[in-house]
Structures are given as structure tokens and as C-alpha cells.
Design a binder for this molecule. Structure first.
Ligand SMILES: Cc1cc2nc3c(=O)[nH]c(=O)nc-3n(C[C@H](O)[C@H](O)[C@H](O)COP(=O)(O)OP(=O)(O)OC[C@H]3O[C@@H](n4cnc5c(N)ncnc54)[C@H](O)[C@@H]3O)c2cc1C
Ligand SMILES: NC(=O)c1ccc[n+]([C@@H]2O[C@H](COP(=O)([O-])OP(=O)(O)OC[C@H]3O[C@@H](n4cnc5c(N)ncnc54)[C@H](OP(=O)(O)O)[C@@H]3O)[C@@H](O)[C@H]2O)c1
Length: 386
């Protein structure tokens, strides 16, 4: 196993400043999503990392979102304010861009809007009662602070009063998709742009759209490493096989793993499962992964392109199709790594592993559950899901 990084040099309060070197679309020609590769230049930073780490990025808010909010509040944008944690005043427009969460509302903001709106706020106030948690979650789905203000026009705020309600803009984590052994002084990211429409407005995920749409080579990117403590490779000399399951952006750490294993001549066998929408437009890093198959860095790659046929095919279907072989690898001590969507994929893959244990290992439900628990206890089942 590579040595864990020493105490990180940079953190949330003291990020390093990196710059963008290169970016390209990984989903060219695909209408359904926009996922991009980013190469961030670390030359001036002294930042280092290990495969399995994530990069924490401190983004800026979208100027159009900030302007809409200012208009809704009846503010010019020039009003001086001191955002939480800051020691200097700045115009509220700048605070909205750099310092404050201006999209997703928390209870403090909601409570203040409900109070200021008087009778108009009674329904929102009722939703804030502890027993209405589920109804509140339903109400909030797809709603941002701007929507709450628009629905409660009588709630009015002074500039500082409003800024005082807002949480500090926080970092977003991205699994690093490169290895320093292969890409010295660079960190690569694989980022899906979050954009959707709700309640008649176009919404933009703060950090993914900042990276995809609002930065260039001159932009300062405040960032630091978030160590992926549980997501580490075996030592290159160690012959333990590894199985990597990474649909969508879940592929990111496995590109880092494979770059690292190639550079360090890792001995154990490696098997990759990748899934995306279709082979023609969303087979991320295809040439690179095929070269790993050709040179033996990768022993096997199974792909699941969900929309290339009438019925959805996902990574867990490929795992089940290869169940006998998968079981053999498990019996040979393989470590299973899973990365990507936490909401559905991770659970479905987990279920597929239980199913193949019963189909190919002849285990009862209880025995399969015990087997998986044992894998977890031995750190042979590691998940990095979001
Ligand atoms: C350890 C870790 C590693 C990660 N690695 C990666 C990676 O390699 N690549 C990657 O792309 N991401 C990765 N992520 C996710 C990433 O950190 C961000 O969460 C993601 O980019 C969204 O951030 P954002 O600022 O663009 O969106 P935000 O501004 O944070 O908005 C996201 C929010 O928008 C809302 N939302 C999103 N879609 C909808 C919808 N359709 N309808 C209604 N509401 C919606 C939800 O409330 C959601 O929480 C990782 C996360 C973790 C924790
Ligand atoms: N709201 C947004 O705009 C947005 C944008 C990007 C990412 N995200 C979120 O970010 C995370 C990762 O997204 P991503 O773009 O990397 O990939 P993703 O959305 O997880 O999609 C990758 C592949 O996984 C498939 N998939 C869907 N459900 C699955 C399941 N239950 N089991 C296994 N595979 C499944 C998808 O198929 P199908 O899509 O054909 O079903 C697609 O082929 C997800 O949590 C996603 O919700 C949100």
C-alpha cells in the first residue's frame, strides 16, 4: 500500500491555489448529460496526493443566480456586508458570489422568511415543525432560496440581515482520476455537470457548473486534498486481486488506480466494471482503458451501456452474468471497490454480490450476508459513494 499522505499541508482555511490546464467533454454528442475531464495544474502548489484521495474545491456561485436573488431582495448589489467568518466588509454582490450559500435553503433561512412574511409565512412555518419533516422535504425538492422569497413577497430584509442568515459556501469533493506517478504536478477530475429545471427555473449545481462553464486558465481554484482513507490500493508487490465497479463519474478513482498500478508494475490481477449511457458517446477514457487491457494492467473489463438496447443494462447485470468468475475472484481474496451513485447503484451492486454468492457459492441469504460482513471486516469491500 502507498504511504498515507502526511498531515495535509492545505485545508479549508488554508487552501492552495491551483489553475486549470486543460478540459474536455467526455460526453461529446450525448444530449442526456454533460460530464467533463479537468486537468488542474499543481506546479505552483506543492500539493501531492495518493490514488483514492479526493480534491476539495471551493467554488464561486453563478453571477446570474446572484443577480436574480439581489433583484428579488430589492437590493442594488453595492450594499456593504460582512459575511459569516469574514473580517472585512464587501459589496453584497461579491459576498453572494464568493462567500455565501445562496441556493439551497437551510432551516435558519426558512424560519426567517416565514417570520418576516407574517400570515403569508404560516404554511412555511408549519412545515418547519419537527413532525413535518417528510412534507418539508417534499416541498423543498427543487426549490431554492429564490423560490421561497418569490413565494413570500412580503418578507423583506436589509442586506446585512440577509447575509447574516446565510451559511458559508462550502467545498465540493471530487474523486481524483489521475496518479502522480503518471501525471506529475497535475490532478485530474471527472465531473458531471449538475443542471436541471424545477418550478419553472433552470438550476445549476454550484461547483460542477463553475468548473464546466465559468472558469478558464486564469481562474484561481482554491483547493486541498481530502484523503480517501478507506479507498487505498494494495501494495504493488501484493498479489491480491482487485475488482473495481465504477459507473458514470464513479470511474474516476479507478483511472487513478490503473495509472498508478501501471506505473508501479503492480502484481495482482485487476477487473473493471464501467457503465454509462451508450458506447458511442459516453465511454469515458476508452482508449486509455483499452490500452490497459492490451498491456496487462487490466485483466478484464466489462461494460454496461444502459441505453444501447431496449432494456436497461447496468453494471450489476454484468456482475451477475460474470457471477461464477466474480465468485472465484472473491474466493481468491479479491478486494471489491465501488464508486459512484449512492442512491441506487451502490445498493443494487450490493444486492448483486449477495445474489452471486448464493448462486455460485451455494450460500443461504444469511450466509451471503455473513460473507459480505466478513469482507467488510477484512477491508475487502470498500465503497466511495455519493
Ligand atoms: C467523496 C466524494 C467524491 C465525489 N466525486 C465526484 C466525482 O468524481 N465526480 C462528480 O461529478 N461528482 C463527485 N462527487 C459529487 C460532488 O462533490 C458534488 O456533490 C456534485 O458535483 C454536485 O455539486 P454542485 O455544487 O455542482 O451542486 P450543488 O449546488 O451542491 O447542487 C446539488 C444539489 O442540487 C439538488 N439537485 C440535483 N439534481 C436535482 C434534480 N434533478 N432535481 C432537484 N434537485 C436536484 C440536490 O439538492 C443536490 O444535493 C463526489 C462527492 C463525494 C462526497
Ligand atoms: N441532477 C443532475 O443533473 C445530475 C447530473 C449528473 C450527476 N448527478 C448525480 O451524480 C451521481 C453520479 O452521476 P453520474 O453522471 O456519474 O452517473 P449516473 O447518473 O450514476 O449514471 C451512470 C450510469 O449508471 C446507470 N444507472 C442508473 N441507475 C442505476 C442503478 N440503479 N444501478 C446501476 N447503474 C445505474 C445510468 O443509466 P441510466 O441513466 O440510463 O438509467 C448510467 O448508465 C448520481 O448520484 C447522479 O444522480 C446528477
Amino acid at each position: 500500500m502507498p504511504k498515507p499522505t502526511e498531515k495535509p499541508k492545505f485545508n479549508r482555511r488554508n487552501p492552495c491555489i491551483a489553475t486549470l490546464k486543460e478540459t474536455w467533454e467526455l460526453t461529446k454528442g450525448c444530449q442526456a448529460k454533460d460530464t467533463r475531464h479537468f486537468t488542474v495544474d499543481l506546479a505552483a502548489t506543492g500539493l501531492d496526493y495518493l490514488p483514492g484521495d479526493s480534491l476539495a474545491v471551493l467554488p464561486q456561485n453563478c453571477p446570474a443566480t446572484a443577480e436574480t436573488l439581489l433583484t428579488q431582495l430589492g437590493l442594488s448589489g453595492d450594499e456593504p456586508v460582512t459575511p459569516a467568518g469574514a473580517d472585512q466588509t464587501k459589496p453584497i454582490r461579491q459576498a453572494f458570489l464568493e462567500d455565501c450559500v445562496i441556493t439551497i435553503p437551510d432551516k435558519k433561512v426558512m424560519r426567517a422568511i416565514a417570520e418576516k412574511a407574517g400570515n403569508e409565512g404560516a404554511q412555511l412555518a408549519a412545515l418547519l415543525q419537527p413532525e413535518e419533516k417528510a412534507k418539508l422535504a417534499d416541498y423543498l425538492w427543487g426549490r431554492e432560496i429564490i423560490d421561497l422569497l418569490a413565494e413570500h413577497p412580503s418578507a423583506s430584509f436589509e442586506a446585512q440581515e440577509f447575509v447574516g442568515l446565510l451559511k458559508k459556501l462550502n467545498v465540493r469533493l471530487y474523486s481524483i482520476s489521475s496518479s502522480l506517478e503518471a501525471c506529475s504536478e497535475e490532478v485530474h477530475l471527472t465531473v458531471a455537470t449538475v443542471e436541471y429545471e424545477s418550478h419553472g427555473r433552470k438550476r445549476k449545481g454550484v461547483c460542477s457548473t463553475w468548473l464546466a462553464q465559468r472558469i478558464d486558465e486564469d481562474t484561481k481554484i482554491p483547493c486541498f486534498i481530502s484523503p480517501g482513507k478507506g479507498f487505498r490500493l494494495p501494495d504493488p508487490e501484493d498479489e491480491t486481486p482487485i475488482i473495481m465497479v465504477g459507473p458514470g463519474t464513479g470511474i474516476a478513482p479507478f483511472r487513478a488506480f490503473l495509472q498508478h498500478r501501471k506505473a508501479t508494475h503492480a502484481k495482482g490481477k485487476a477487473w473493471l466494471f464501467f457503465g454509462e449511457i451508450n458506447a458511442a458517446t459516453t465511454f469515458f477514457y476508452r482508449d486509455e482503458f483499452e490500452s490497459y487491457l492490451a498491456d496487462g494492467t487490466l485483466d478484464r473489463m466489462d461494460t454496461a451501456f444502459s441505453r444501447d438496447q431496449a432494456d436497461k443494462i447496468y453494471v450489476q447485470h454484468r456482475i451477475l452474468e460474470a457471477g461464477a468468475e466474480f465468485y472465484k475472484w472473491l474466493e481468491n481474496g479479491a478486494i471489491v471497490y465501488v464508486c459512484g451513485d449512492a442512491n441506487r447503484m451502490a445498493g443494487d451492486v450490493d444486492q448483486a454480490i449477495h445474489q452471486l454468492l448464493s448462486e455460485h457459492g451455494g450460500m443461504s441469504e444469511e450466509a451471503a450476508a455473513e460473507y459480505v460482513e466478513q469482507m467488510k471486516a477484512e477491508k475487502r469491500y470498500r465503497r466511495d459513494v455519493y
